[in-house]
Write a protein of this length. Structure first.
Length: 145
């Protein structure tokens, strides 16, 4: 138990630069506004962190790291499900409304999903990508919801 507290304290103490924060947020396909809602802060607070006007709290850094970890796990699962298919294909979504209609349980925006699909495409040779609305539902193999 004490080791976990020490590890947590060390992780909390590590600072994150404004550039690191923005790069990770953008890599995840998230807007500052979405991230603000997710973290329970105002969009102007996220903007201030990214401009270096306010220090990025350890809790915000840890929350962003958690999003990054969950996204990585999601990418890995999608890659595993597609890697050995003879004609791998995946669908994504034009906008939040389409994404939420297909994946009501997801709290993420469509831009996050498109960022995930881009990462999957780096790992799966010959991956075909289409918008879900352009593919007949009986042809959809993986939607990476």
């Amino acid at each position: 138990m004490t080791e976990n507290r020490i590890r947590d304290a060390a992780a909390e103490a590590r600072t994150m630069t404004p550039a690191e924060f923005r790069v990770v947020r953008e890599f995840l396909g998230l807007t500052g506004a979405w991230l603000a809602v997710h973290m329970g802060v105002s969009p102007s607070t996220v903007d201030a962190w990214e401009r270096g006007e306010e220090p990025i709290p350890g809790a915000a850094r840890l929350a962003l790291a958690d999003l990054e970890r969950l996204t990585g796990e999601f990418v890995a699962k999608a890659v595993d499900s597609l890697r050995d298919l003879p004609e791998p294909g995946i669908v994504t979504y034009r906008n939040d409304a389409e994404y939420r209609a297909a994946h009501r349980e997801s709290g993420y925006p469509a831009a996050w999903h498109r960022a995930v699909v881009a990462r999957v495409a780096q790992e799966v040779p010959g991956l075909s990508i289409a918008y879900a609305s352009d593919v007949p539902s009986d042809e959809v193999k993986v939607s990476a919801g």
